[in-house]
Design a protein around this ligand. Sequence first.
Ligand code: G3I
Length: 318
Amino acid sequence: SAPLRTHAAAKGKFIGTALATSQLANEASYRTIAGTEFSQVTAENAMKWDSTEPSQGQFNFSGADQIVNFATQNNQQVHGHTLVWHQQTPGWVQGLGASAMRQAMQNHIAQVVGHYASNATVTSWDVVNEIFDDNGGWRTSFWYNTLGQSFVADAFRAARAADPDAKLCINDYNVEGINAKSTAMYNLVSSLRQQGVPVDCVGFQSHLAIQYGFPSDMQQNMERFAALGVTVRVTELDVRMQMPRDSSKDTTQATYYRNVVNACLAVTACAGVTIWGFTDKYSWVPDTFSGQGAALIYDENYQQKPSYTAVHDALAGG
Ligand code: G3I
């Protein structure tokens, strides 16, 4: 049967995955599935600040270029991830005073976005990532503590200046349904756009877990953001479970995957869905949530799971 990307394209959507440079370099099965099933890729780590500017002014694009070159060879687009985040950012940034930190942020964005501005493969960026707490307050990261809220508008303006054509996104987790956190994001996006700050899209990471239930108002949430004039996208989808796997958990997981794809298909402004990896052989989940895993659409032997079939059939349906 046709790969996911063929069905997604017929619906005007992308279907994406996150890729790691070491697996791409070392594993043929990984490369084959990554290159054939998906139409968009995100670097799982290679474009983050600690990879691209480990010491001040010393830029290293080796890992990032490896991902971009793979995508170009496979006729895929790259979603850049991520410019301003409180994790995987070197200590030298975190220790700067306000005006030096603002300058370092603007220079980082200028250099990293600028490196790919003329590259047709890289079409969008997560400009700021995870700036809210789950209760809807601002996360008290070193960014916020040093610069206040202003770093967000400054980051978007710097990204627009570096590449006027790239779609610029704000990205977060636990914002899939309508809740305090997604409402804080909604209010911020609305206010930034009123001020002329170039926010083009909103990313819903969608790190879901079968034991926590499905956010059944996800489509409604996408629609309220779309009404602000932005596009939306699912940026890091996975659906973890308490291990061990069994067929009943697999079935529930497949339902969640189908629901996410169907929500995106139902909303014109939803550009597509990216899954945070594809094989259970490689996933951040077991490292972070002890005893949980099996969150993706292929098992650790690269066999398709019910969740693959659910994504496939949803994209191919109707
Ligand atoms: O590269 C080093 C390696 O040199 C070292 O030997 C090894 C020992 O721990 O660590 C390696 O770095 C790890 C890196 O992944 C690359 O594998 C880090 O420890 C590890 O913390 C890092 O985890 C990444 C995590 O972000 C860090 O915050 C995950 O791969 C990545 O999937 C995850 O992705 C995030 C998104 O960027 C933002 N949204 C949430 C999502 C899941 O946490």
